[in-house]
Design a protein around this ligand. Structure first.
Ligand code: GTP
Ligand code: MG
Length: 207
């Protein structure tokens, strides 16, 4: 899929105030600093569409970007950021959980995981919460430029094994990416394109 346009639409903390257009939407979620904002820039070929930082906790709001005039990418704050106070954490969690539970346009979420790390409890718990709430997601491993192919495979397999030992009956779908080396771009965009096509076909049939 070719990205012809990518524009920032709005930021907020209230799902009820998010854009109203009934077009497909994809959210990027994961631990702070995992590379959510960088991935949005890599996929859209824009250097600073989404704001990135070496320090965790950069993205603080629900940020909507409209792509090719007919679908949304959503950049979200990270979870598991220890420096945020407990009170802020609760508020953060509430508006994020509201977003996931109430956003009707959300067709798929991408849960980002740093490929260098062992399976983390916070990621496992978040995926379980998504599963329990019936919110579809796929995994995107980030920062693949930091590991050799064998280690990438080992790390991805460790996550899949851990999930199969838990509540999951099937292995999750996943993508391997690097924003700094532009790895996985066509795969992720191709996946989005397929879902978009199905979405617009179904809408056409409904009339
Ligand atoms: P928060 O908004 O704080 O939750 O972080 P985020 O998940 O949006 O991460 P962000 O995109 O801001 O990137 C965090 C850091 O990781 C930055 O220093 C990026 O340059 C770096 N980074 C992101 N993607 C990659 C990647 O694919 N490879 C490498 N080596 N570094 C990356
Ligand atoms: Mg960010």
């Amino acid at each position: 899929m070719k990205i012809k346009s990518a524009e920032f639409v709005m930021s907020n903390t209230n799902v009820a105030k998010c854009p109203k257009e009934p077009i497909p939407e994809y959210a990027f979620i994961g631990r702070s600093n995992v590379g959510k904002s960088s991935l949005i820039n890599m996929l859209t070929d824009r250097k600073s569409l989404a704001k990135t930082s070496g320090r965790p906790g950069k993205t603080q709001l629900i940020n909507h970007f409209k792509i090719n005039e007919n679908w949304f990418l959503v950049d979200l704050p990270g979870y598991g950021y220890a420096k945020v106070s407990k009170r802020d954490k609760n508020i953060f969690q509430k508006y994020i959980t509201n977003y996931f539970q109430q956003r009707e346009q959300l067709v798929c979420s991408f849960i980002l995981i740093d490929i260098r790390h062992e399976p983390q409890k916070v990621d496992m718990e978040f995926m379980e919460w998504m599963g329990e709430n019936g919110i579809p997601f796929v995994i995107i491993f980030t920062k693949a430029d930091k590991l050799k192919p064998k280690a990438i495979e080992r790390s991805a397999n460790a996550y899949v094994d851990q999930m199969l030992q838990g509540m999951w009956a099937e292995a999750p779908q996943f993508f391997i990416t690097s924003s700094s080396k532009t790895i996985g771009k066509e795969e992720v965009l191709g996946y989005i394109s397929t879902i978009n096509n199905n979405f617009f076909e179904a809408t056409k049939k409904k009339g």
